[in-house]
Design a binder for this molecule. Structure first.
Ligand code: PEP
Length: 262
């Protein structure tokens, strides 16, 4: 199946590889990215490795993402980092509203919205993360929760022409080895596409919807092949170049219309 949007395969390294091992991993990923010309590859190292990884990937097809940022441009915010600082470090992307930020650091929909405004204002492309907890899924609340999270950024994304990404990451699937099946994932992705379309057909067409949550080489083809899944946000498997490469090649096979090639 050839899809209209280029797939985006993004790695979220979380609090791993913040020094020289991160630069080595970035170099290995830059090498594998040469083999996937129909697929965009992005890595999200910790802050301490951003500039070094960006230098390592300079001139390659690999984009660099911050994992978080503050909504203000500067000031007395100890330990925080602004959108402009991410740009200075070589980022073109920023992951916003990851469930770990929401759950462990109390990030609200409102805070994610403020960060989205700041990111777009600095010409950083946000990957806005949304997703329900296990309790919410079991209570039949999945679409209501995800819609609330998407609604918080819908006007902001519609007002800007940037080709942003939204990552649907069911919280119960992150780092657990349990993934949403293609049917479960597509149901939510299709709903998100419909909500985007209700706001603006252009927004729906230009926004890449990523699946995240225990995305691995053995489930990548099924999930990435769903009509409204335009790529993946990958945690654990992004730390292993063989696994990350296999996922990128699965996306590439779908995008280039040669399924089975991996
Ligand atoms: C994530 O943290 O964004 C993620 C999807 O993690 P994992 O792939 O390890 O489930």
């Amino acid at each position: 199946m050839n899809k209209t949007r280029r797939p985006l395969i993004a790695g979220n390294w979380k609090m791993n590889h913040g020094g020289p091992t991160g630069v080595s991993l970035a170099a290995e990923i830059a090498a594998l990215a040469r083999a996937v010309s129909h697929t965009d590859v992005v890595i999200g190292p910790p802050f301490t490795a951003l500039a070094a990884c960006a230098a390592e990937c300079h001139g390659t097809a690999v984009g660099i993402a911050g994992q978080n940022m503050h909504s203000k441009g500067s000031g007395a915010f100890t330990g925080e980092i602004s959108a402009a600082m991410l740009k200075d470090a070589g980022c073109t992307w920023v992951i916003l509203g990851h469930s770990e930020r929401r759950q462990l650091f109390g990030e609200t929909d409102g805070a994610v919205a403020e960060k989205t405004v700041a990111a777009l204002g600095a010409k950083l492309l946000p990957i806005v993360c949304v997703g329900e907890t296990l309790k919410e899924r079991e209570a039949g609340e999945t679409l209501r929760v995800v819609k609330r999270q998407v609604d918080a950024v819908l006007d902001i994304l519609a007002q800007d022409a940037a080709s942003v990404a939204i990552a649907y990451e069911p919280v119960w699937a992150i780092g657990t080895g349990k993934n949403a099946g293609p049917t479960e994932a597509e149901e939510v992705h299709e709903a998100i596409r419909t909500w985007l379309n209700g706001k603006s057909t252009d927004l729906a067409a230009r926004t890449r919807l990523l699946y995240g949550g225990s995305l691995k080489p053995d489930n990548a083809a099924g999930l990435l092949g769903c009509p409204n899944v335009d790529g993946g946000l990958i945690g654990g498997a992004s730390l292993d170049v063989a696994q990350f490469g296999a996922i990128a090649r699965a996306a590439e096979a779908i995008a280039s219309g040669t399924p089975g090639k991996s």
